[in-house]
Every structure is written in structure tokens, then in C-alpha cells.
Design a protein around this ligand. Structure first.
Ligand SMILES: *[C@@H]1O[C@H](CO)[C@@H](O)[C@H](O)[C@H]1NC(C)=O
Ligand SMILES: *[C@@H]1O[C@H](CO)[C@@H](O)[C@H](O)[C@H]1NC(C)=O
Ligand SMILES: *[C@@H]1O[C@H](CO)[C@@H](O)[C@H](O)[C@H]1NC(C)=O
Ligand SMILES: *[C@@H]1O[C@H](CO)[C@@H](O)[C@H](O)[C@H]1NC(C)=O
Length: 476
């Protein structure tokens, strides 16, 4: 009898799928889309830390977009995330009462981690959406990184700078962190030049055509929904539910809340385990990441042509700034333009530059294809917390570097890594090439057309999957 029991236990153990975040400490999966901590987004960065040093060239102007560091939950998330407290108690009960299905379980160390989690009451409406203390530090660090790479441009002269940001709570704190990173305690008294024109900084919030045809258009989420309605996705939810000890499937919304809490906590404190991440396998996290990629691809990326019409305003700003420097021999001020901005703006800007072009469009059906597994459009590496996009103008002596054939060069860096752009060499482009490509985009950039919300020309641009759908309806 004892032997039989032992035998049955052995069989059960052999078949059980135990997940154990705490046992996989050398290689946990930390690519969490728009809520990825910066430190996980650009692994291996030390290798390319010298990309900004270009023989025979001097940096003369710096233009950048910088996303804020990690933030607290938004007002509309607080209640659902706080409710995870009840879910946690149920999970602990399930394990205590041995109700669980032994084929799927969390290891003891993970369960203890989850048991010790509690909702922080400071995450209330007063502090909703604010920069966290870790986000404050990483923002200071990003500013210091820029200063150490480009000391010629990040000077102590306030007239060398122009800061652009929306003057709300998050961005005034981000400004404070960034400028403290540059000027330490002196930052406060400096009265640095700044602009707060929201229409230029977050054009998508003011573009009726984009709001109507993309943001509020249900078709934008079609591919994400197709992916989430796949059998595989439902099985993932079943597996997660069994792992938590439920013999029914939890709601999709519950899975989303657990994922949200998992990635928030990791972005607030990268040195510790995030308790809610214990409920997911690595493959679950990769699917959840792809679901968000599908959303950003159609909302801000190549999935809809209209996205380029808004993204162009950032390029226009950059080109006009660089023109001032290439068309005047005298040193122009400002020399350093710093936009403090959000994930949406960075995605839009990268998209309009063709910074992440996939030959196969991302869809809800092709997750398992090699093209999607190796996709360039990965939100985790484009728009993590503290995401940044920088363009640096260099002036070169033509005989100083045999590879350079234009006196002015522009280096494009995405999260400090040289961007791979057509017609350039590892992120370094001739100014004449930049003028011909991005300059044309800037010249054609006209946000006025945003107000023709129903213009049929916008429909024609909507990408393949969507246009098929819309054509069917407009021709009826
Ligand atoms: C939170 O839980 C309460 C009580 O169970 C429920 O009434 C409420 O709808 C939940 N809120 C959200 C946003 O899930
Ligand atoms: C949020 O928490 C802080 C500190 O615990 C408290 O001072 C504040 O009144 C709370 N705000 C709300 C809206 O409950
Ligand atoms: C669900 O778990 C089973 C093992 O019990 C595994 O074979 C399957 O791949 C899992 N499915 C998903 C979608 O994670
Ligand atoms: C470029 O120079 C013009 C004229 O001096 C100025 O009005 C404009 O603001 C400058 N643009 C940028 C982006 O610095």
C-alpha cells in the first residue's frame, strides 16, 4: 500500500508542471512591453558604449526624446489591482486545502513570495501616475549618461539647452529628476529655457483623424483580439488557472491584472522578484508581450499609415533644429534639445523613421512564424520606461575619417544603441541623406490635415488586414 502510494506520488511528480521563478534566477524573463525597466531593454549595451565617438568629427547639436521612468498605477487601474489582494487569499487557500490540480503548480518558494505580497496603500488617487522613486533615479542616471557621452553639448551654460515637456505632474517631476542629473543641486535655480506646447509635444491627442480612425476605432485591436481568442491563448489561461489552484478558468481581465502587477513591481524595484510574476511561465510572458506588440503595432506603428502622419511632427522639429546648425557657421543656441515624453510619442517617432521595419506584418495568426519570433517591432526594446531616441549632429573634417563623405553627419541612437537605418552606416548618416529622407518627411508634415477626420484617403492607407475589412463595408 505504501509502495503504491509512493509510486502514484512519483508518477504525479513526473507529470507535474511546476513553475518556479525563484529557481530560475539567472535568466528570468523581464521583457514587459511598455512597462519594461530600462536596464532590461538594452542588454549588452556596454559593447556599443563608444558608438558616439566618431574619429574626425565633433558633436555640435543634440536632439532627443526621453520617456519618463517607472510610474505608479493610473487612477483607472487602482481598484482592479487592489482587488488582487482577494485573489491572493484564494490562491493561498487553494494550496492549503489541497484543492489544486497537481499537474500544474507553483513551487513553494514562489508561493511564499506571493503570500508576502500586499497592496501598497500609498498607490492611491493622490499619487496615481506619478514617477516612482526608482523612476526618479533612473531618469537622473539617463541625464548623467547623456552628459558623460556628450560633455561638449551638456554644458553648464543654461542657454545651450531647450527643454520641451507637457507641464503636468509626471513631467514636471521628470524634468526635476533629469535636470538634477545634469546640474545636481544647482538645477533648481537655473531657470532653464523650456517650452510646453502640448499640440507639438503630444500631437496625437489633438489629431481628430487619428483619434477617430485609429485610437477609438475598434478595428485597431482586431489583431490583438484574434490572438487572444486563439485556442493556445485560452489554454494558457487554463494552465494559469490550474497553477493557481482553481478548477475553473479565471477571467482574461484577471490575467491582465496579474500581468500588470507583475510588470509594475519589477519596474519599481529591479533587484527583487516581482511576486505576481510567479504565476506565469516564460512562454506565457512572451505571449502577453506579443499581445501588447499587436496593439502598439496598429495604434502607433506600421500597422496603420495614419500613424506616420502624426509621427512626422517630431521629425520636423528635429530637422528644423539641425538646419539651424548646418546653415550657420556660428555656434547656435540652443545646442541641446531635450523632449520629455511618453511611450506613444517614441513609438510614433521610431515608426516614421522606419526604425523597425518588419517585412511580414504582425497579425494575430502568425505568432509562431520565424518572422514574428524575430520581429523588429518589439515594444519592450523600443518603448521601455526611460526609452529614448536621440539624434546627434556632428561636424567633421573631411580628411579625418575615410568613411565620411559629408561634412555633417547625424548619429541616430535608440535607447543608446545605434539605429539600423537604410542608407546609413550603423546609425551614422550623411546629413545630405538625412535631408533627402527625413527632410522630405518634415517638409510634407502637416498636422492641419488631422482635422479632416472622415477623409477617405486615410482609409486607403490603413494596413492590409484592416483595409480588407473596411473595404468590405464601404463597398456595401
Ligand atoms: C473589486 O472587487 C469588488 C468586490 O469584489 C468588486 O465589486 C469590484 O467590481 C472589483 N473592481 C474591479 C475593478 O475589478
Ligand atoms: C493617499 O495616501 C496618502 C499617504 O498614505 C494620504 O496622505 C492621502 O490622503 C491618500 N489619498 C487618498 C486620495 O486617499
Ligand atoms: C498547458 O500545459 C500543458 C501541460 O500540462 C502543456 O503541454 C501546454 O503546452 C500548456 N499550454 C499552454 C498554452 O501554455
Ligand atoms: C531655428 O532658428 C530659427 C531662427 O533663428 C528659430 O526661430 C527656431 O526656433 C530655431 N529652431 C530650433 C528648433 O531651434
Amino acid at each position: 500500500m505504501h509502495l503504491l502510494t509512493a509510486f502514484l506520488v512519483l508518477i504525479a511528480l513526473a507529470r507535474a508542471e511546476e513553475t518556479c521563478l525563484t529557481a530560475n534566477q539567472d535568466d528570468p524573463y523581464n521583457q514587459f512591453g511598455t512597462k519594461t525597466a530600462y536596464i532590461f531593454a538594452n542588454r549588452g549595451i556596454s559593447n556599443i558604449n563608444r558608438a558616439h565617438k566618431i574619429p574626425g568629427c565633433q558633436p555640435i547639436a543634440f536632439w532627443s526624446m526621453n520617456r519618463a521612468g517607472s510610474t505608479n498605477p493610473e487612477p483607472d487601474e487602482i481598484e482592479a489591482l487592489r482587488n488582487l489582494t482577494d485573489l491572493k487569499l484564494n490562491i493561498i487557500d487553494n494550496y492549503k486545502n489541497h484543492l489544486r490540480n497537481t499537474n500544474h503548480q507553483m513551487c513553494l518558494a514562489d508561493r511564499i513570495l506571493l503570500e508576502e505580497w500586499s497592496w501598497n496603500p500609498r498607490h492611491n488617487l493622490t499619487f496615481a501616475g506619478d514617477l516612482t522613486s526608482y523612476g526618479y533615479i533612473t531618469t537622473q542616471q539617463l541625464a548623467q549618461t547623456w552628459k558623460s557621452k556628450f560633455p561638449e553639448l551638456f554644458t553648464d551654460n543654461r542657454h545651450d539647452y531647450l527643454f520641451k515637456y507637457v507641464n503636468d505632474k509626471l513631467f514636471s517631476t521628470t524634468f526635476k529628476a533629469f535636470t538634477e542629473g545634469l546640474f545636481k543641486a544647482q538645477a533648481d535655480g537655473l531657470d532653464l529655457p523650456k517650452e510646453n506646447d502640448e499640440k507639438l509635444l503630444v500631437p496625437y491627442k489633438f489629431c481628430d483623424a487619428w483619434k477617430k480612425n485609429v485610437d477609438e476605432n475598434k478595428e485597431t485591436l482586431t489583431q490583438r483580439e484574434i490572438f487572444e481568442s486563439k485556442l493556445e491563448y485560452k489554454q494558457m489561461i487554463t494552465n494559469i488557472s490550474r497553477r493557481l489552484g482553481f478548477n475553473y478558468d479565471v477571467e482574461m481581465a484577471t490575467v491582465r491584472n496579474m500581468y500588470q502587477m507583475c510588470r509594475y513591481v519589477k519596474a519599481w524595484d529591479v533587484t527583487h522578484y516581482s511576486p505576481w510574476c510567479t504565476v506565469f511561465t516564460r512562454e506565457d510572458l512572451r505571449r502577453l508581450e506579443y499581445a501588447e506588440d499587436l496593439e502598439t503595432y496598429y495604434k502607433y506603428g506600421p500597422g496603420n499609415e495614419l500613424n506616420k502622419k502624426i509621427g512626422c511632427s517630431y521629425i520636423k522639429d528635429m530637422i528644423s533644429f539641425f538646419k539651424n546648425h548646418t546653415e550657420n557657421e556660428m555656434v547656435q543656441q540652443p545646442r541641446t534639445v531635450v523632449h520629455l515624453t511618453d511611450a506613444e510619442s517614441i513609438l510614433l517617432a521610431v515608426n516614421v523613421m522606419d526604425g523597425r521595419v518588419d517585412t511580414t506584418p504582425l497579425t494575430g495568426d502568425n505568432y509562431h512564424t520565424a518572422a514574428v519570433q524575430a520581429r523588429k517591432w518589439t515594444t519592450s526594446s523600443i518603448a521601455p520606461y526611460n526609452a529614448n531616441l536621440a539624434a546627434v549632429l556632428y561636424k567633421c573634417t573631411l580628411n579625418g575619417n575615410f568613411q565620411i563623405n559629408d561634412r555633417y553627419q547625424v548619429l541616430f541612437l535608440e535607447n543608446e544603441i545605434p539605429m539600423s537605418l537604410v542608407g546609413c552606416r550603423v546609425g551614422l548618416c550623411d546629413w545630405s541623406h538625412v535631408s533627402a529622407t527625413l527632410g522630405t518627411i518634415a517638409d510634407k508634415c502637416d498636422l492641419q490635415s488631422c482635422n479632416h477626420a472622415t477623409s477617405p484617403t486615410y482609409f486607403s492607407g490603413i494596413s492590409f488586414a484592416l483595409s480588407v475589412f473596411i473595404l468590405r463595408f464601404t463597398t456595401l
